[in-house]
Design a protein around this ligand. Sequence first.
Ligand SMILES: [Zn+2]
Ligand SMILES: [Zn+2]
Length: 130
Amino acid sequence: MDGVHKGQCECGAVAFTVKGARDTVAVCHCAQCRRISGHIWSSTHAAYDDVTFTRDEGLTWYAASDWAKRGFCKDCGSSLFYRLNNEDGIGIAAGCLDGPTGFKISKHIFVADKGDYYDIVDGVPQIEQS
Ligand SMILES: [Zn+2]
Ligand SMILES: [Zn+2]
């Protein structure tokens, strides 16, 4: 899908457009994503060069591990991006995109780490790790 999507954090201090994002969404149940997001972190993916920031004064990157960083808004706390340090792409939170996206969840990952307070019942493939 090569449509253009708009996204932003809750307060608007980070806003962007992205073209050519995948029309699929991966839902990550790992402990880090659950802490960062407050529940589960769901993201699409695009080439970083296809993301254009119209506002980025709130954008801050957190070194989440030796291999990846997470982008969030320092003003409102919205969890927005995930990026491996060596990748050309970027994971973009599905929830920050304006709808309708036309996207569909394609997989659940790190389900071995999922919380015990919910069930995954949508019939989409579940992967123990990534
Ligand atoms: Zn914000
Ligand atoms: Zn995760």
